[in-house]
Design a protein around this ligand. Structure first.
Ligand SMILES: [Zn+2]
Length: 212
């Protein structure tokens, strides 16, 4: 049963999937007709071949089809949109948070996907986060406001504090605005320990509007 176990081990690494669900997935696939599994394999391959990460915000996007005369400039449809406010930056943990905030239609600026959180206040633990990229974006753009919109979980809070320290450090070391960048946070309303992706639109809307 090595073949089945191999698959179960792969599924177990999926977010929110435990061993039992991973097993169900594997046995479900075993019963599927071959054309259905081929469809799945092709969809995964297409995902890997067609989807790129935005060079500005790291949002996954599907580049324009160059065969239709459109050019891929390396940035996603949000960053490319001339109607967006380029002076407003919203820092979030992950892709699904971007979708949640976009769904509220209350944010018209740019995003930056940090790529996770840390559980400790040690800067050396931030290696897997896009801290250096974030510094570059902040230094190379003229943001009037930076919203730190990480989840109100213990890790999200710790990471927020670290990120704010980083922003303040580059502000004093590399000549940001004299008073530093204006940093804001989502207003309370999202339950403590909750996550943006599970907050309802109305709650997230008022958390955005009431940011300070
Ligand atoms: Zn982008």
């Amino acid at each position: 049963m090595d073949t089945v176990n191999k698959l179960i081990n792969i599924f177990r690494k999926f977010p929110t999937v435990g061993s039992r669900t991973a097993g169900r997935f594997a046995y479900y696939l075993m019963k599927l007709p071959k054309e259905k599994t081929d469809e799945l394999i092709n969809a995964i391959l297409e995902l890997k071949n067609k989807i790129k990460l935005c060079e500005f915000c790291f949002n996954p996007y599907e580049p324009f089809d160059s065969a239709q005369g459109k050019i891929d400039d390396g940035i996603c449809f949000i960053c490319r949109n001339p109607a967006r406010n380029k002076n407003l930056l919203c820092i979030i943990e992950k892709e699904t948070d971007l979708i949640s905030i976009e769904n509220t239609k209350k944010f018209n600026g740019l995003y930056f996907i940090l790529g996770g959180t840390v559980a400790t206040m040690r800067k050396e633990d931030t290696g897997h986060l896009r801290v250096e990229e974030l510094k570059k974006r902040i230094l190379q753009n003229n943001f009037s406001e930076i919203i730190v919109a990480l989840n109100p979980t213990p890790e999200g809070r710790t990471t927020s504090v670290l990120i704010e320290q980083v922003i303040k450090e580059i502000s004093s070391a590399q000549g940001g605005p004299a008073s530093g960048w204006k940093i804001t946070h989502l207003a309370r309303g999202i339950p403590v320990g909750g996550e943006l992706e599970y907050a309802d639109d109305e709650t997230l809307k008022s958390a955005l509007e009431g940011r300070k």
